[in-house]
Write a protein that binds this ligand. Structure first.
Ligand SMILES: Nc1nc2c(ncn2[C@@H]2O[C@H](COP(=O)(O)OP(=O)(O)OP(=O)(O)O)[C@@H](O)[C@H]2O)c(=O)[nH]1
Ligand SMILES: [Mg+2]
Length: 359
């Protein structure tokens, strides 16, 4: 399953432009205002490119990220659109910092800090509305509840009241400490303010020389637990993403940009969710897999197929760096860096794994 990211922001903040940049030059099918766009981006990874050169497989498969640009403010969505957004793994909040008199701002002036706060409020309001509705229903169901069901309903009510009090203080749910049990009891809600949030400050081209400083300053205030911030010029990135690689690289060098907007957005998104990549290689396919850091070999095998997880015997593992250093699998084996690992081995970012299993 591809990582899924919902793009939110105020009208005309550059959501669709960032979508086009982040989805790697994908042209929004209908770049009209308020339109919904869905796109899949391949996660760029040089290691996959090198492994593909080495193994010359029939197929090379990058990890994928799915982007959803809802084209509407969070405060204006409900029903299916809200459910769709709530199902995302992470949110990207696009905040306008570029100045352009030709592009109207719903608040008349450009003020990125104000808009970051406004976006946070949209998320907390959305969650508050859900909680209030649910509390109303709980109240109703209490009347008819059997005595044996009451403690569970009361526990949920108490937890929701606690969350409501935090939201009313403008504290997003991602900042509220919850026990594992509480997390579990809330998992059906998919609260928006609980989701990891990447704020993209959409700066103008003229601000590019100070992008790093802008990013640092904003990060001091608006980054933290499950929260990151990057600054990029959406318009330029979308244009570059639509060019052929050679000319884009030239422009990038002129602007002093080391990475594509796509690569930066994805790197930040992976870091937010604590995701790492491992690889499988062979003549059929070279492929990247995304897993949560800390996952053991057996669970990682389950990403490929549940049979491999169930019938897991061992994993043959070599780290990408060791393979590059030794040159071939045979040399890696001779050097002792291709090794056998058991179920409980913690898979590392850059591991190349071959799973032995029995069903
Ligand atoms: N000058 C400048 N214009 C930008 C930049 N990013 C986006 N724009 C322009 O701002 C306008 C709005 O951008 P969109 O990407 O359509 O914004 P949106 O948030 O999707 O807007 P709606 O979906 O219509 O609410 C477009 O005309 C863009 O070309 C930027 O970095 N600099
Ligand atoms: Mg749009």
């Amino acid at each position: 399953m591809a990582l899924s990211i919902g793009i939110i922001g105020l009208p005309m903040s550059g959501r669709t432009t960032v979508f086009e940049a982040a989805a790697g030059g994908l042209k929004a099918a209908a770049p009209k205002p308020e339109a919904v766009h869905v796109g899949i981006a391949k996660v760029p990874d040089e290691r996959i490119d090198r492994l593909s050169e080495m193994f010359k497989p029939q197929k090379t498969t990058y990890a994928e990220v799915k982007y959803l640009d809802l084209g509407a403010s969070v405060k204006n969505i409900s029903g299916e659109a809200l459910r769709e957004l709530s199902a995302m793994d992470e949110l990207v909040s696009v905040v306008r910092a570029f100045k352009d008199d030709a592009v109207p701002h719903p608040q008349e002036t450009v003020d990125a800090e104000r808009d970051i706060e406004a976006m946070n409020l949209e998320l907390t309001f959305s969650d508050l509305a859900i909680i209030e509705r649910r509390l109303g229903k709980i109240e109703q169901s209490m009347k008819a509840a059997k005595a044996t069901d009451r403690p569970k309903i009361l526990a949920e009510q108490e937890l929701l009241l606690r969350l409501k009090a935090e939201l009313e203080k403008d504290i997003p749910l991602r900042d509220v400490e919850l026990s594992a049990e509480e997390e579990k009891s809330l998992s059906g809600y998919q609260f928006l303010s609980a989701k990891p949030l990447l704020t993209v400050v959409n700066i103008g081209e003229e601000d590019l020389p100070s992008a790093a400083r802008i990013e640092d300053e904003f990060s001091k205030r608006f980054a933290g637990r499950k929260r990151k911030l990057i600054a990029l010029c959406g318009k330029l990135e979308a244009e570059l993403a639509g060019m052929d690689e050679a000319s884009a690289a030239e422009f990038r060098a002129d602007y002093g940009l080391k990475e594509t907007g796509l690569a930066r957005t994805i790197r930040a998104s992976y870091a937010l969710l604590d995701l790492i990549s491992f690889f499988t290689v062979g003549p059929d396919e070279v492929r990247a897999w995304s897993i949560t850091a800390g996952m053991n070999a057996q669970a990682a095998a389950g990403k490929i197929h549940s049979d491999i997880e169930r019938g897991f015997i061992r994993a043959e593992v070599v780290h990408y760096d060791d393979l590059m250093r030794t040159g071939t699998m045979a040399e890696a084996k001779k050097a002792g860096v291709l090794r056998l690992e058991g179920k409980t081995y913690t898979v590392k970012d850059g591991d190349i794994a071959h799973f032995l299993f029995n069903v």
